[in-house]
Structure formats: structure tokens, C-alpha cells
Design a protein around this ligand. Structure first.
Ligand code: BGC
Length: 470
């Protein structure tokens, strides 16, 4: 992971905080609230393994464990040109992927920002937007969409219960999307209809979760790839499962003896049995567009971490322990404290915490901060960030245990997403937690490999497999 993690956390011990006794006590209390001890981690991992089993046994489980219909492992020798799109966060990516064999690829791609109103408008309008982007991309590429039918891998990064490689029903929206007329419907069919309306000869060959795409993209280059994990706006993982360990599978004989499972682990512990959910997390959950859903994701992923920090800070302001009891109009706004600010603050090593001051005063409009204020905000960021990384490790550990990875040769987990890419020390903190659980040698059993924007390539690899009947 080193390519991604050159920025280091500059940590601050609680006894360095220059505040008064009450402020120091508040920080100690927060530390206790946010700490995930090794024992707690073990409890979470055990529960995770049990929930994975339930998801593999029957439909409707909290951790959905969705069979992806992707069975084969790519050899890297496959060739051909495919289209892929990736929808699931801030941008829509449209790519033309040429698989050149020998694990080599060339990708041409274009990003289009998804306008906020479309994320909460009609699904039909969102599909039309996607079709228009595909159309303008093809025009730019000089590809005539009327000439031959182009095969498209559609990365749609939301929970979709698949009924075929290119058919399924959207179970629910996450990450701030809430389009009307989509839940229970087939996103692939809706996009296909829109493509037809616009006379584009593009066939949705596969609907792919971004974790599955990330896994397949990396597997095209490295056959030891076993998992795909996203720690970004949202979080989720996919891995290869043995067919005889998926009792709920009713799809008949498959080509291979294993299938990629899209775990949809963001919903883990929606029953709130083991996760250390604080009042600050509950506030965030209650004010989100999907209350009571995806609590694990809300404790871990980039869409939410900054908001948790803001909630903790607001509670201290209300107790006159921070910013002398004053917030600002900006800081009072939901989502105003971006997760990216946490990274800036975490690496702020200046004695006066100048960068932290800039974020709080210049960006967020807090009138005047003291050094103690800034130290407290830095501490909160650290507590929330470390908890996220340790809880993330619990999911990885559960898959490792469930699949007996500790007894096997080293395997690779392809990882992508803004949190793992930009949050300082995220993967180191995760690895440290894995070592507490499994011993120092754990890094000889699992290797985290950055797979930046891999899901588009993965979707193209899957479209290739489908169109070649693999
Ligand atoms: C979605 C998953 C997706 C993950 C990462 C979650 O909110 O439910 O399908 O893989 O975000 O993008």
C-alpha cells in the first residue's frame, strides 16, 4: 500500500492537551467511548462470521451475501474491447477498455459529475443522464454506436439482488442516492430501456458491484487475488466462495466450483448487537436518508466520518468545552465537516496546529480557536479515524477466518476508495488490528493491493467473460 500512504499521522497524547480539567476529562471519556479493544474486535469478528453464514444460507439476511454470477477467474490472456460504466459516488465514469492479453490493458475514460438533483430525482432521469454520457463519450472516441452492438459492463455500486449476470432488483439506496421508482426494479433493464430510447446500440451484458469489479480487475493481472474491498464513500467487500458453501444458491449447475460473493457488508449489525455505536453515530444515522440501515458503513466510510466528528464537536460546544461554546453557521450545516479535513488535521504536525486552525477558522468560520480547541478537534478526528480502520479490519478478519486464509498461501485483497487512498495510516492501522487478532505474521497471509478505479476495468472483464460464454 506504500504508494498511497506517504502521509503520516502526527499523533497527540491526551496529556499533551493544554485544556482545563473538564476538557481533559471529556477527551478521556471520548477515548473510552471510541476505543475498540482487541477483545471487542474478537467479539465483532465472531458475530461477523455468524452473519456471513446466515447470508449464505438464506435470502433476506442482514449481510446479504449476494451471489454475483461471476464464476471464472480471468487468466489475463483474454482480449477484446468492451465498454464499462461505473456509477456509485460523486462521478459517473465511462470507459472503453481494451484487453490486450498478458494481463495488459488500455483504458480510455471520461468522468462526468452526477448532478445532485439527479441523485434524488426519478430513476428514469438518472438512466437518461447515463445514456447521454455514454453517447457523448462514444462520439468523442469516434466509435459509431450504430455500427455494431457494444457490450457494456455496468458497475452499479448499490445492493442489487441478482437473478442473472445482467438482471436484478435494487434492494435499497445508500451513500446519499434516493431516486424514485428504482427500489425493487432492475437497474440494468431501466438503463437498457433508456439506451434503446436514445437509439444506442449498447447491450448491458453484466451488472457488477464495484467490489466485484475491483476484484476482477486485479485478478486479470494477479491470479492470487481473492478479495475486492472498497473503503470509499461507502464500504463493501467481495470474495471467492466455494459453491458448496452457498446453500441458498438455486441457480443450478455453474461452470466452476466457486463464485464471487458481493457481501454488502455495510449492513453488518443493523440489529446493533456488537458494534460500538455511540450517541454521535446515532444522531448521524437518524439524520441520514437511510436511518437504521448500513450502520457498519456509517462507522467506517468517507461519506460519514467527518459528520461523526462534527457531531462530537457540537456536543462539546453545547457543554461549553469547545470554541468557548460557539459554533458557526457553516459548522452547523449537516455534512459541512468533510472527511478530507480529518486527513489534513491528522497530519498537522505544527506546534500551533496551523492547518487545523485554517480548516476550523477559514473554511468553517469558527471565529477564534485556542490551541486546546484545535488539539481537541485533532484528538476527535484521530479517535473516529482509528475506530473506522479497526472496525474495517474486523470485516477483513471475518472473511479470512471464514475462508481459512491463515492455513493457505498468501492471497491478495484488491482495495480501492478514497478512505484507504487518502486517510493517513488507514491500512497500517487495519494491519495492526489484524496482527492483534492473528499474530505478527498475518501480513504473510494477506496482501492489500491498491487497485485505483479498478471497478470499470473489472466490469469490462466480466462483460468479456459473458460475451465469450465463459
Ligand atoms: C453499497 C455497496 C458498494 C459500497 C462501496 C455501499 O453503500 O451498498 O454496493 O459496494 O457502497 O461503493
Amino acid at each position: 500500500m506504500s504508494a498511497w500512504l506517504s502521509r503520516k499521522v502526527s499523533s497527540l497524547a491526551l496529556n499533551e492537551i493544554v485544556g482545563n480539567d473538564e476538557q481533559k476529562q471529556a477527551m478521556k471519556d471520548l477515548q473510552n467511548e471510541f476505543e475498540v479493544t482487541t477483545d471487542k474486535l474478537r467479539t465483532i469478528v465472531n458475530q461477523f462470521i455468524a452473519e456471513m453464514k446466515k447470508g449464505l444460507e438464506h435470502n433476506g439476511a442482514t449481510v446479504a451475501m449476494i451471489p454475483s454470477y461471476v464464476t471464472g477467474r480471468p487468466t489475463g490472456m483474454e482480449t477484446g474491447t468492451y465498454l464499462a460504466i461505473d456509477l456509485g459516488g460523486t462521478n459517473l465514469r465511462v470507459c472503453q477498455v481494451s484487453l490486450n492479453g498478458n494481463g495488459e490493458v488500455s483504458i480510455q475514460q471520461q468522468k462526468y459529475r452526477v448532478p445532485e438533483p439527479l441523485k434524488v430525482g426519478e430513476m428514469r432521469a438518472l438512466c437518461d443522464f447515463i445514456s447521454d454520457c455514454i453517447d457523448s463519450f462514444l462520439t468523442e472516441m469516434g466509435t459509431d454506436p450504430m455500427e455494431q452492438v457494444l457490450q457494456l459492463g455496468f458497475t452499479f455500486s448499490f445492493p442489487v439482488n441478482l437473478t442473472a449476470i445482467n438482471r436484478g432488483n435494487l434492494m435499497q439506496w445508500t451513500k446519499g442516492f434516493a431516486c424514485a421508482g428504482a427500489i425493487g426494479k432492475d437497474p440494468a433493464l431501466m438503463l437498457q430501456d433508456s439506451l434503446r430510447r436514445k437509439n444506442l446500440k449498447v447491450r448491458v451484458a453484466a451488472i457488477v458491484n464495484d467490489t466485484v469489479g475491483t476484484l476482477m480487475a486485479h485478478a486479470y493481472r494477479d491470479r492470487s487475488t481473492f478479495m475486492g474491498i472498497i473503503f470509499g464513500t461507502g464500504t463493501n467487500a467481495a470474495y471467492y466462495e466455494r459453491m458448496d458453501r452457498i446453500p441458498k444458491w438455486e441457480g443450478g449447475q455453474t461452470k466452476g466450483d466457486e463464485m464471487v460473493i458481493n457481501m454488502e457488508w455495510g449492513a453488518f449489525d443493523d440489529e446493533r448487537r456488537v458494534l460500538p455505536v455511540t450517541v454521535h453515530d446515532n444522531k448521524l444515522d437518524r439524520e441520514s436518508i437511510n436511518p437504521r440501515f448500513h450502520i457498519y458503513e456509517k462507522l467506517i466510510s468517507g461519506m460519514y466520518l467527518g459528520e461523526i466528528v462534527r457531531n462530537v464537536a457540537l456536543s462539546l460546544i453545547d457543554r461549553f468545552l469547545l470554541f468557548n461554546g460557539f459554533s458557526s453557521a457553516e459548522f452547523n450545516k449537516q455534512w459541512s465537516f468533510e472527511t478530507a479535513y480529518m486527513s489534513t488535521i491528522e497530519i498537522d504536525a505544527s506546534s500551533d496546529l496551523d492547518e487545523t486552525k485554517r480548516v476550523l477558522e477559514s473554511i468553517l468560520g469558527i471565529t477564534k480557536t485556542t490551541l486546546a480547541d484545535r488539539q481537541m478537534v485533532k484528538t476527535i478526528c484521530h479517535l473516529v479515524g482509528v475506530r473506522a480502520a479497526r472496525l474495517s479490519a474486523a470485516g477483513v478478519a471475518a472473511v479470512m477466518s471464514h475462508c481459512d486464509l491463515l492455513q493457505k498461501d498468501c492471497c491478495t485483497a484488491a482495495v480501492d476508495g478514497s478512505v484507504v487512498e487518502f486517510y493517513p495510516n488507514f491500512s497500517e492501522t487495519m494491519t495492526k488490528a489484524l496482527k492483534e487478532l492473528f499474530g505478527e505474521d498475518v501480513d504473510k497471509k494477506i496482501k492489500f493491493a491498491p487497485s485505483r478505479d479498478g471497478s470499470g476495468l473489472g466490469a469490462a472483464v466480466i462483460a468479456m467473460q459473458v460475451s465469450k460464454g465463459m
